[in-house]
Design a protein. Structure first.
Length: 138
C-alpha cells in the first residue's frame, strides 16, 4: 500500500459512508467515515517514508493503530493540530466530534442519524473540516 492507494481509499470510504448515510445505515456510515479519516492520517504518515528507504521499525509499528489521536502524533501534526484548534473554533468543534472515533464503533448499536451526520460533516466541512486540514499536510 502506498500514498496514492491511501488517498484513493479516503475517497472510496467517504463515498461509501455517504451512501450508507443516505440509505439510513447510520452505523456503517459512521464506521466507514472513521476509516476514511484514519486513511487520511496514514497518507500524512506515508510522506515520511521515501522510496527505497529501509523502513523505520518504530514508525511502522506506531502507524499500525486505529487511534486517531495517536496517528496525529505519528504523522508529526500535534503542534499543527493544537494551533489549528486554537485559531479556528469551528475546526476545534469538528476535531472534537472526530477524535473519539474508534474501530470498535463497529460494535456500537447506538449510532443514530444525528451522530453519523455530524461526524461526516465534521470530516467533510468545506470551511473547517478535518479532512480539508489533513489534505493540507499530504
Amino acid at each position: 500500500m502506498n500514498k496514492i492507494d491511501l488517498e484513493e481509499l479516503v475517497d472510496i470510504r467517504l463515498n461509501e459512508a455517504k451512501n450508507l448515510l443516505e440509505s439510513n445505515h447510520y452505523h456503517g456510515a459512521y464506521y466507514l467515515a472513521g476509516y476514511a479519516l484514519e486513511c487520511a492520517l496514514k497518507v500524512c504518515i506515508s510522506k515520511q517514508v521515501n522510496q527505497y528507504d529501509f523502513p523505520n521499525k518504530q514508525l511502522a509499528t506506531k502507524s499500525h493503530t486505529h487511534n486517531l489521536a495517536d496517528l496525529v502524533g505519528v504523522a508529526g501534526l500535534k503542534i499543527e493540530l493544537k494551533e489549528k484548534v486554537q485559531e479556528d473554533e469551528n475546526f476545534a468543534l469538528n476535531w472534537a466530534v472526530s477524535k473519539d472515533w474508534s474501530e470498535s464503533s463497529r460494535y456500537d448499536c447506538n449510532i443514530d442519524k444525528i451522530k453519523a451526520k455530524d461526524f461526516l460533516n465534521a470530516i467533510e466541512n468545506n470551511e473547517s473540516g478535518v479532512l480539508k486540514w489533513l489534505k493540507m499536510h499530504w
